[in-house]
Design a protein around this ligand. Sequence first.
Ligand code: CTP
Ligand code: CA
Length: 225
Amino acid sequence: LVAFFQPKVLAGRRVLITAGPTYEAIDPVRGITNLSSGKMGFALARAAAEAGARVTLVAGPVHLETPQGVTRLNVKSAQQMLDAVLPLAAAHDVFIATAAVADWRPAQLAEHKIKKDGSGQVPQIAMSENPDILATVAALPQPPLCVGFAAESQDVAHHARQKLQRKKVALVVGNIGPATFGQDNNALLLVDAQGDQPLPADGSRAPKLALARALVADIARRLPK
Ligand code: CTP
Ligand code: CA
């Protein structure tokens, strides 16, 4: 690994990251998902590994290469993501939830492909709420340092602060500006109990890997010595 981090600010630490979208099946050939590319989560996994951490990456369906030295678990649904994360969380120092977890899933999975019956009637798909993976980890008896992301289309600072309080996490990272799904550049807003701070500090946009490295350095400073 390149010697980007000197000193290695996460040496001896374990970092657990969720990334990408989830896929919620309707029937064997259809499902509900979203446009998350997974790039930010994979960049964070790479940056944390560069900083000396042992990194576990729980990834929804994305076509990205696993960063060097990172242990990857592939999942599809939100429930599978929770089932992968929960037994691992307590053994990690940091949990970073970058995944765009589907908020709802079809209440029932049809065993066979749903067919048109010729009447022109459309299927009524009832939905159930998915578990909140980040809030569940943050509520563990001895939780890792929890970092959330907030995907908002408006009023990032306000919504990020609400998520910080509702999910009881140390830091929420908001995406500033227009939809960043799939893009290589981004601008972030770091929201914690102390206040808000843009990253980059001058409010410009930066490549996701540069942002990931800066965020990893910031997270390292929040860990108990
Ligand atoms: N998150 C999660 N599990 C969920 C939903 C969200 O772990 N079921 C995590 C995301 O990975 C992210 C943070 O919670 O780190 C915020 O996700 P977001 O979708 O912005 O917030 P929600 O609480 O789902 O609220 P809403 O979508 O209504 O804004
Ligand atoms: Ca959501």
